[in-house]
Design a protein around this ligand. Structure first.
Ligand code: C2E
Ligand code: MG
Ligand code: MG
Length: 469
């Protein structure tokens, strides 16, 4: 990502012409020489310093890395790319000019901490890169995690600044561009994927980025080639273990191998491609339901997962209706599984979507209830039909007795609450008969899990449907 390639070229040419001119001037012409040396300093400043912030420029970053690589020192260094968390809030609170001063102070103190042989370089706005000796890492990590900066002199107000950062401890002779790539990957992972303060580049990260690139590049063709398939995992009634529903789960068949959702769903969720996949799976499910109906099979309700990425889509409900109605499937056979949300905006959108689906006669389930940030308002304020209790709430005997008791208490109250609110309750990930006993004791009568069936290819699931008749 060497953005300033042509700029850097011009700077380099300018510098070498200037050097050549200096060499041409006779030594006794001191005035001309002084002027030229002054010019060189100014040119250095123009190309190697950032404008409004007292930091080096990206050009300097590449030049410095090249130098360290050339003198065989690069492996003694670590590199970092970072940007400020919520800097717009600081700008809003103190005004833009003061905001710039605060950022300047933050960068100046950071540069001091890096010592003579480290540099802080500005990429743009509030994004920076750094190269510094590895011994400075503990200081840098601590500083970037959160540092309080004094604002103004009279009131002694303080602003706390923190960052998203990607680090790379350089272990081999790598070029500037490779180093830039690696800190970019780690930074992206910290900021956009894991949403944590920092991530270090390593081989696992490299492989996951490669997987990401691969998924994104082949997805469209894979979808066209019908490589994605629906597996159906039965849902049963606990009183007689009879099938009474199924969850549609996506599988990717590529070169004779089955790829599981954890390898591609999170990638697709980063780029909205997940929406195409969800509609495709819904369409497949509707096609199967229509076929089963035509063949005289007993139908059960099938749930389809909708990623939370759909929340921003104004046409979501319309699209779903369009697909279901195309196959003339009665809405009561379709259940939409949605997960919890964390922000207020999402909460309002989710509520509208749940209401719309319910009004149209679809069933709607809260998936994975209890993981992440469940809010009781989410359950109280939206007309869900089904609550799916996440498997992490099922005691599994593997943990300490205390933990199992805690889980049992929570399970009991979740089920009790759901029932008082008129929700159907289903437990996911049921693997043992002990878990079934506990569920029954607590009046939960629906379950899904390996104890009954794994997600099944369509033909095997059809056998289950046959038996139902
Ligand atoms: P989910 O919606 O919570 O689906 C349940 C997951 O638990 C499935 O994993 C299922 O195979 C697994 N599971 C079922 N019973 C058991 C059990 O007894 N023990 C254990 N340990 N696991 C069990 P799977 O199929 O790998 O899917 C993982 C996740 O990927 C799903 O979690 C869902 O969030 C997502 N996903 C799958 N297909 C789709 C899809 O078409 N669209 C979207 N948006 N997400 C999907
Ligand atoms: Mg689900
Ligand atoms: Mg689930």
């Amino acid at each position: 990502m060497k953005q300033n390639d042509s700029y850097a070229k011009i700077v380099n040419e300018f510098m070498s012409k200037l050097e050549a001119t200096i060499n041409l001037v006779a030594p006794e012409n001191t005035e001309a020489l002084d002027n030229l040396h002054e010019l060189k300093k100014m040119a250095d400043k123009l190309s190697f310093r950032s404008d409004s912030i007292d930091a080096y420029s990206l050009n300097y970053f590449f030049k410095y890395m090249d130098e360290k690589l050339a003198d065989g020192e690069i492996e003694k260094y670590a590199a970092c790319r970072f940007d400020m968390k919520r800097f717009s809030v600081i700008n809003h609170q103190f005004g833009r000019d003061t905001g710039t001063k605060i950022l300047n102070k933050f960068v100046t103190m950071l540069q001091k901490g890096l010592g003579e042989d480290g540099c802080v370089c500005r990429v743009q706005g509030d994004t920076f890169t750094m190269l510094f000796r590895k011994e400075r890492l503990p200081f840098v990590i601590k500083y970037l995690m959160g540092t309080s900066i004094e604002v103004g002199f009279k009131e002694k107000k303080r602003a706390v600044l923190s960052t998203h950062a990607g680090y790379y401890e350089i272990t081999e002779k790598k070029s500037g561009e490779e180093i830039m790539d690696r800190i970019g990957m780690a930074w992206n992972m910290a900021k956009h994927v894991q949403r944590v303060s920092y991530v270090f580049f390593d081989e696992t990260l490299m492989r996951s980025v490669e997987n990401e690139k691969w998924v994104e590049s082949v997805f469209d063709d894979a979808l066209k080639n019908e490589e994605f398939m629906v597996y159906y995992q039965p849902k049963v009634m606990l009183k007689n273990y009879r099938l009474n529903g199924a969850e549609a789960l996506c599988r990717w068949k590529r070169d004779g191998e089955i790829i599981l959702p954890y390898r591609f769903i999170p990638v697709l969720e980063q780029s909205h491609l997940i929406c195409d996949l969800d509609f495709y799976i819904l369409e497949r499910v509707c096609r199967d339901l229509a076929r089963w109906q035509a063949e005289g099979k007993t139908l059960v309700r099938v749930s389809v997962n909708l990623s939370r990425v759909h929340l921003g889509d104004m046409n979501l409900v319309e699209r779903v209706v369009e697909i279901v109605d195309k196959y003339k499937v009665s809405h009561e056979y379709i259940e939409l599984e949605l997960t919890e949300t964390t922000t207020d905006v999402d909460f309002r959108e989710l509520k509208q979507i749940v209401i719309a689906f319910r009004t149209l006669g679809f069933s709607v389930a809260v998936d994975d209830f209890g993981v992440g940030y469940s809010s009781l308002n989410l359950i109280r304020e939206m007309p869900w039909k089904v609550l799916k209790i996440d498997k992490s709430f099922l005691p599994d005997g593997s943990e300490e007795a205390d933990m199992d008791t805690q889980k049992k208490v929570m399970l009991k109250h979740i089920i009790g609450m759901a029932q008082n609110l008129g929700l159907e309750c289903i437990a996911e990930g049921v693997e043992t008969t002990e878990q079934v006993t506990i569920l029954k004791e607590n009046n939960c009568y629906h379950a899904q899990g390996y104890l009954f069936d794994k997600p099944l290819p369509v033909a095997e699931f059809e056998d289950r449907l046959e038996k139902l008749a």
